[in-house]
Design a protein around this ligand. Structure first.
Ligand SMILES: NC(=O)c1ccc[n+]([C@@H]2O[C@H](COP(=O)([O-])OP(=O)(O)OC[C@H]3O[C@@H](n4cnc5c(N)ncnc54)[C@H](OP(=O)(O)O)[C@@H]3O)[C@@H](O)[C@H]2O)c1
Length: 325
């Protein structure tokens, strides 16, 4: 397939470009002028910005599938946050709709758009995000739906994504390697290893059900590992993965999570960094984030290729190989 990948220089985008290239696909990576494209596995690069509609038309014109990953995950106070996450989806879908032969679009949303679960959330449950990030990703989904009659669009909502190259879970692995595993919140959480996620994205791009103008769950897929451990249990498993099975697992009470969020946000706002914030605290303390994976398995023939503990060990090894642990 000929594929365009937006967000190609990000954590998931880099893995997706590598997997598509390895599968023999012809990959064009959409990058900004400022993006660090070193090491991105693509045949060609197209310069574009998802907030600039004019920059997208040529890039989407001659491909079979657009994998849209570009987004801002942190800094929810940033003026570009909603524009990137919601208007960005609209701009990509609008450019695709205007193409002579509109390609398929696989838009990467998030479990945050759906919101926390009482029990296990399915694609058909009405979304109820609790964070600005989740609301921005849901706004992106709604923008995509406006094009459902003209463009074949599939939405994939990953839960927490982990694997080599991920900066978000690196601190948890580092702390565990020093003998301390902190567990913020008590809920259960679904996770997906990035290698499994990129296979899910590719399957969605080949044979995914597509959005309909008014269906709630049609055209949407969750994906996740076989198990959804409680945060404390996950912390313990990370400790085992880094070779510290006796690490101290410390539950962080809500007050500590909020304090960490306020400090992280203050430093983040001052320095322009993307650290822990009140938005992330809201998600951490919202309860269970467990999503059903049956639809992806049944309809796409997708399944994680390895169990959770093996993936955590793989991730620890990747961090170690990169000198990060
Ligand atoms: N990581 C997770 O745990 C997770 C979980 C659920 C869903 N997701 C979703 O998966 C997708 C990828 O996440 P990620 O973890 O790979 O994010 P990431 O590492 O932060 O990468 C973000 C990517 O988006 C690009 N980007 C940002 N603004 C852009 C713009 N205006 N125009 C063009 N490109 C822009 C960045 O380019 P530069 O290199 O130029 O900055 C970068 O390539 C996102 O849609 C995210 O919401 C992620």
């Amino acid at each position: 397939m000929r594929a365009l990948v937006t967000g190609a220089t990000g954590f998931i985008g880099r893995h997706l470009c590598r997997a598509l290239t390895d599968a023999g696909d012809d990959v064009v990576a959409l990058v900004r002028k400022t993006s660090n494209r070193e090491g991105v596995a693509a045949r060609a690069f197209a310069i574009g910005d998802v907030t600039d509609p004019a920059s997208l038309a040529a890039a989407v014109a001659d491909v079979d599938v657009v994998f849209h990953l570009a987004a801002m995950l942190g800094s929810p106070w940033h003026p570009d946050f909603l524009t990137t996450n919601a208007v960005g989806v609209r701009n990509v879908c609008s450019a695709v709709a205007a193409a002579p032969r509109p390609p398929r679009v696989v838009a990467t949303s998030s479990v945050a758009a759906a919101g926390p679960a009482r029990g296990t959330r399915t694609e058909d449950d009405p979304p109820a995000p609790v964070s600005r990030y989740g609301a921005s990703k849901l706004a992106g989904e709604q923008a995509a739906r406006e094009f459902a009659a003209r463009v074949p669009i599939t939405i994939v909502r990953p839960p927490v994504v982990f694997g080599g190259g991920d900066q978000a879970m690196l601190p948890a692995f580092r702390m565990a390697a020093r003998g301390l595993a902190v567990a913020p919140g008590r809920g259960r959480v679904s996770l997906i290893h990035v290698t499994d996620l990129v296979q899910l994205l590719r399957a969605a791009g080949v044979r995914g059900e597509t959005l309909t103008p008014d269906g709630v769950g049609a055209g949407i897929y969750f994906g996740g590992a076989d198990e959804s451990p409680a945060i404390g249990e996950l912390a313990r498993r990370i400790a085992i993965a880094v070779g510290r099975p006796r690490a101290l697992v410390v539950p962080a009470p809500a007050v500590a999570v909020w304090a960490g969020a306020l400090i992280g946000e203050a430093i983040g706002r001052l320095g322009g960094y993307d650290l822990f914030s009140r938005d992330k605290a809201r998600e951490a303390l919202a309860g269970d984030w467990v999503c059903a994976t049956g639809k992806a398995r049944d309809q796409l023939g997708w399944a994680p290729a390895a169990p959770l503990d093996a993936r955590l060990a793989e991730t620890a090894a990747a961090y170690r190989a990169a000198g990060q642990l």
